[in-house]
Design a protein around this ligand. Structure first.
Ligand code: PYC
Length: 276
């Protein structure tokens, strides 16, 4: 079987887009995802695992759209399974479609297994995306580590489920990625007792420059960290800031990644009832 893929790069995050046809069945992207899990999971592993891939990579399988007005369907995956949505991956897919000559500047809609995502390809090749509705689920969950230290986690959804933890009162961010992976993995295991859907952890510290609002370290489900600022994680962060009245609708938030790349984000209320 010959599979054609195109790799792209979004603020440090790699996206491997499969552009060959994979004959999935289903009348929604979620149903096609189930078909992929049942019949083509070896393809996911072959494309993302070494020696062809790497654990830091996100894969994106392009599908014909269900609604012909949309540009494509997309299933995101990584080294251990499937993602509801992926912000850096969406930007990578848009750039790949542009590079293939299949997308012009303007507004387009991609179908993901958690809903439609509107994307704007700018004339200068920047990409803006309007993510699925995001919301906070819980505030200030106490998480006591084996060291005895207690941290507070917010639980929020931004296309994936996140535990968000402020570590700016500690020196953790300066202790290197191995330490941060260990810390966030322990937080993940503790949080999942109460919130089993959570599969990403975001640690927040002060930014490296006063131009940005915050710097994050994001643990992904496969045990690696996101090199990009994490689009779905940034949406989860904005949901928490909105719920706490710390950011106004339309106000810009600059989220810096662990490696120093930056996403610019803002929000609008869809349904204020979801505020917790
Ligand atoms: O950008 O949303 C994102 C993302 C999720 C996992 C890795 N990147």
């Amino acid at each position: 079987m010959h599979i054609r893929v195109i790799d792209s790069h979004t603020g440090g995050g790699t996206t491997r887009t499969i552009v060959s046809d994979v004959p999935l069945v289903g009348s929604s992207v979620a149903e096609r995802l189930t078909d992929m899990q049942n019949r083509f999971d070896d393809l996911r592993k072959a494309l993302i695992h070494e020696p062809r891939g790497s654990e830091v990579m996100v894969g994106a399988l392009l599908l014909p759209p269900i609604d012909p007005r949309n540009i494509a369907g997309v299933i995101f995956f990584n080294n251990v399974g499937y993602l509801g949505m992926c912000g850096h991956g969406t930007i990578g897919v848009v750039e790949t479609l542009r590079w293939l000559g299949k997308l012009q500047a303007g507004v387009h809609v991609l179908e993901t297994c958690v809903g439609e995502v509107q994307v704007l390809l700018h004339e200068d090749r920047r990409v803006t995306l309007d993510n699925v509705p995001s919301y906070r689920i819980a505030k200030d969950l106490s998480v006591t580590l084996s060291s005895g230290e207690t941290l507070l986690a917010d639980i929020a959804y931004g296309g994936n489920h996140f535990a968000l933890v402020d570590i700016s009162h500690t020196d953790s961010m300066s202790r290197g990625p191995n330490f941060l992976i260990q810390l966030s993995t322990e937080i993940l295991q503790l949080v999942r007792h109460s919130y089993p859907d959570v599969d990403h952890v975001e640690l927040f510290d002060r930014p490296s420059s006063p131009k940005w609002n915050s710097r994050s370290f994001v643990l992904c489900p496969g045990g690696q960290y996101d090199r990009s600022p994490c689009g779905t994680g940034t949406s989860a962060k904005l949901a928490c800031l909105a719920a706490d009245d710390k950011l106004s609708p339309g106000e810009i938030w600059h989220q810096e990644s662990y490696i120093g790349s930056v996403f610019e984000a803002s929000y609008q209320w869809v349904d204020k009832v979801s505020k917790s």
